[in-house]
Design a protein around this ligand. Structure first.
Ligand code: NAD
Length: 484
């Protein structure tokens, strides 16, 4: 008898238990070899006083099985409850969010009959590190962090995913015309890794026009990979315009653990009435079967589901007079899929899953990155100041020159205001003064920076933060300013 694969299952809240029962019924009927461990998450765990919505003991199960099939949960109203998804994603290092967005024309109404895209969203970095500071009366900041290893992992995952799933093209979205270092790194890594996959097309779009194109002509895209924030926004847009939020599943992949779910929530108003569509969770479960290597079962379930949709057997959310044939409840839908387990779709493209060959994508490393020569060449000192014009502050800060450092320029919210600013530029109370070596292009020491800060302190300035300026193999590791 084949070895059963242990998985952790959470039945969730609202419609969760019904769609999970339907999903597990179909998986069983298809012969999935699973050993199910059940954990409690969601509303009752929150209300029992656990602000993260998950029992400490549940982590043991997740660490043991490393595979999590999760039904949607209800986050109770009111403050103090942490998002369970964010907790699970961060705790278990689930770096890739994978969301196929497919239209099922002509069986499910959609504006985009040709849509079949997969969004691969980086899940851990970017603005989501949650590092925010209020620095002055007027200004707050959020740090956007993009790392080379993080970008390499997600981009490689996207290319491996494309290869495994017979996809033709991987598209990257960034805004590197503005964020030249952060998004620039993501784009650069994309270009480097794309070169290793000559069997796949690759392209890059600036995210704004790319997003417009995606919303208008999704058929132009195949697999898309992007940093966290763009992926968060655009994966919802893509699922919505496919016409089928209730039909989409998603995977959150980590190096050790992976989580699979529907993209929708717990729809509490529909709970307990045998109404809900189990398709999103079922398609999440199909991704899980592929992940654990049960390709044959994944294919059987996916194709039976496609055939059910084609046969017009639809739950209320998809049902449409004249297109659908039969309006069914959750249980009857599941039964209809089970009855079609040996069938394939006749019009829609049949699902086909290849076994993963060689090393898993997530364990592949990009060959030896040699650390660059890093030189300290100056410092940006940020000052909270509201009592002077740019010229007044500039002239005053020139007085702090010395010990090998000199004021190069000042900016306010990224716009250069000294020397030679424009009177129209609005200035907040958040100023950046840039000090570089007196010796043009020369290096400086940390102690020179410390003495500069002492001069700031003695002169009575509130310096709110500093950013050291480095070059890496002689290449500037900091942005210039608009107007610079
Ligand atoms: P929702 O996705 O639950 O519902 C939105 C709409 O879609 C509703 O009209 C609902 O009836 C319908 N719908 C959703 N899934 C359906 C399905 N499978 N079959 C038929 N109809 C379906 O979003 P919401 O109402 O904003 O949120 C409800 C609860 O779900 C909230 O507590 C929210 O925090 C939670 N939520 C959980 C997750 C998750 O666990 N991953 C995700 C999103 C929302």
């Amino acid at each position: 008898m084949p070895k059963r694969v242990p998985i952790t299952v959470a039945h969730g809240d609202g419609i969760g238990p019904e769609i999970m029962a339907a999903t597990l019924h179909i998986l069983k009927g298809a012969g999935a070899e699973l050993d199910v461990e059940t954990i409690d998450i969601g509303e009752k765990v929150y209300l029992a006083g656990n602000s993260s919505g998950i029992e400490p003991s549940a982590w043991d199960s997740l660490r043991r099985t490393r595979v999590f099939l999760k039904a949607p949960i209800t986050t109770p109203q009111g403050g103090g409850y942490k998002s369970l998804n964010v907790t699970v994603r961060k705790t278990l290092g689930l770096y890739a969010n994978v969301r196929p967005c497919v239209s099922y024309h002509p069986f499910v109404e959609t504006k985009h009959p040709q849509m079949d895209v997969v969004i691969v969203r980086e899940n851990e970095e970017d603005l989501y590190a949650g590092i925010e500071h209020r620095q002055t009366d007027q200004v707050v900041q959020c740090l956007k962090l993009i790392s080379r290893p993080g970008s390499e992992k997600i981009v490689r995952y996207a290319f491996e995913y494309a290869r495994r799933n017979n996809r033709k093209k991987v598209t990257c979205f960034t805004k590197d015309n503005i964020m030249k270092l952060t998004d620039g790194l993501f784009h650069k890594v994309f270009t480097e890794i794309a070169a290793e996959y000559s069997d796949l097309e690759n392209e890059h779009w600036i995210v704004d026009i790319g997003a417009a194109k995606l919303a208008d002509t999704p058929g132009a895209f195949d697999v898309l990979v992007m940093p966290n924030l763009y992926g968060d926004v655009l994966s919802d847009v893509a699922a919505q315009i496919a016409g089928s939020v209730g039909l989409a599943g998603s995977a959150n992949i980590g190096e050790r653990v992976a989580m699979f779910e529907a993209i929708h929530g717990s729809a509490p108003r529909r709970a307990g009435q045998n109404l809900a569509n189990p398709s999103g969770l079922l398609l999440g479960a199909v991704m899980m079967l592929v992940h654990i290597g049960e390709m044959g079962v994944a294919e059987r379930v996916h194709n039976a589901w496609l055939r059910t949709i084609e046969d017009g057997i639809h739950t209320y959310d998809v049902y449409k007079e004249g297109v659908s044939r039969e309006r069914v409840g959750t249980k009857e839908f599941a039964e209809a899929v089970v009855q079609r387990l040996e069938q394939t779709p006749q019009t829609l493209k049949a699902a086909k899953y290849k076994p993963v060959e060689g090393e898993a994508a997530e364990r592949k490393q990009t060959a030896g990155h040699i650390r660059a020569q890093k030189d300290l060449v100056g410092v940006d000192v940020f000052v909270d100041w509201s009592a002077a014009s740019a010229d007044d502050l500039g002239s005053a800060l020139v007085g702090l020159n010395g010990d090998g450092l000199k004021l190069e320029m000042m900016s306010n919210r990224g716009v250069k205001v000294w020397p030679g600013g424009h009177s129209e530029t609005f200035c907040s109370d958040h100023w950046r003064s840039r000090f570089l070596s007196e010796n043009n292009g020369g290096t400086v020491s940390h102690s020179q920076i410390v003495s500069l800060l002492e001069r700031f302190t003695r002169a009575g300035y509130d310096f709110i933060k500093t950013e050291n300026l480095y070059t890496f193999d002689g290449e500037r590791g900091y942005s210039l300013d608009q107007g610079a």
